[in-house]
Design a protein around this ligand. Sequence first.
Ligand code: BGC
Length: 442
Amino acid sequence: MIYDREEQIKFLFFSGDDMKKQYSSFLIGAASAGHQVEGNNIYSDTWAQEYMKTGGYKEKSLDAADHYHTYREDMKKMHDAGLNAYRFSFEWARIEPQKGVFHEEEMLHYIDMVHACREYELEPVITLLHFVCPKWLISEGGWESDKTPDFFARYVKYVCDHLKDENIKWIVTINEANMGTLIAGYIEKIMKHTDGAGLQIGMDLASMAEREKETREENIAVFGCPEANVFTSPRSAHGDEIVRKAHRAAVKMIHETLPGTKAGISLSVRDLHYTEGGKENADKDWEKDFLHYLPDMQEDDFFGLQTYTRAVFDENGELDPAEGAEVTQMGYEYYPECAGNVIRRVHESFKKEIMITENGIATDDDQRRCDYIRTALKGVYDCIDDGIPVRGYMYWSMIDNYEWQSGYSMKFGLMSLNRETQEHTPKPSLAFLGSYTHMEEE
Ligand code: BGC
């Protein structure tokens, strides 16, 4: 039996009125990123790299899930399953395909996505930059160039000016702002675990390093410069400062232009555990992945938390998943408890609102996906019960999609994608996730 949502919430969880308010506005949604689902993002750096011999991509994104055309149908499916939010990204390369040349019709496309969200009662959570950039930005030096924060701020201003009448509540400035430094740190581990096949965003780093000379030559041919400093390139300390500056500029712009909108950064953070002697290494990781960015989050209204798994450290560094531990298609440990645990850790030093902007599992076993979601959400609701201001949970991902250098092999989706027919079929996990907005009786 399905209770009236308010009644059900009261029945399952509540004690007080404040708490009731928190649950009833809690966002349950799915997440996607433009390049991974839209298809044909032809003016982007990633599209260019997909066609390069040395780009590191095994497969091309091509039509992806054709979400550029199917967003209304996809949103209807999310709505029908019970979801009340959708996190998606705008593609800078579509909006500003040439330096300083803005394409109004592409901006209107994204505004129509916002309108479609309203039609289907999905609260839009917008990401301004999800890794992918216009190709021209890389020719200008990309994420190691001092010019990039200004270029980004100009794009953000253009977008915000167009969003003035849209009553947007949530904007993520930069997805996983720590990705470049994470990549640098993961290289050794990637080599060891996957023979260069990749981890997290599936970079084929082994072969990329071997082919350095060839890469430089091809970069010159494609981007006009020997280094392609894309967002997911291993990042220097200077590049890291550039990303942080770009974020701060975007928050300022959002606050100036859209007074009712909450702005936040997203970071990829794992649940950090340690065995005897490993605390120092685990703490170092937390410092690098999270604490380091705190000064840049002073003006933010919320934090976009992205977490998929845990990492265990000993005195020598990070350990492999234990013998016999369940691992996901991505090669990391099945550990849905990360959601609640990392929220608690973040809340120790960041007292404002938190939204889980990504959490999910790559698997062919949809029942296991439901188990993952159930455990993750249990952890999230426990945090809310303890008074931590968690405002939403966006499962990654809305549909099986283009998992960067791993191509279409990873199955994160709440819907499956038939690439021949472009059929988008809800998996049982979509309705399972949606059931949390009306809390079916168990
Ligand atoms: C990224 C997504 C990616 C997901 C799964 C996150 O790092 O934001 O683009 O597909 O993890 O690997």
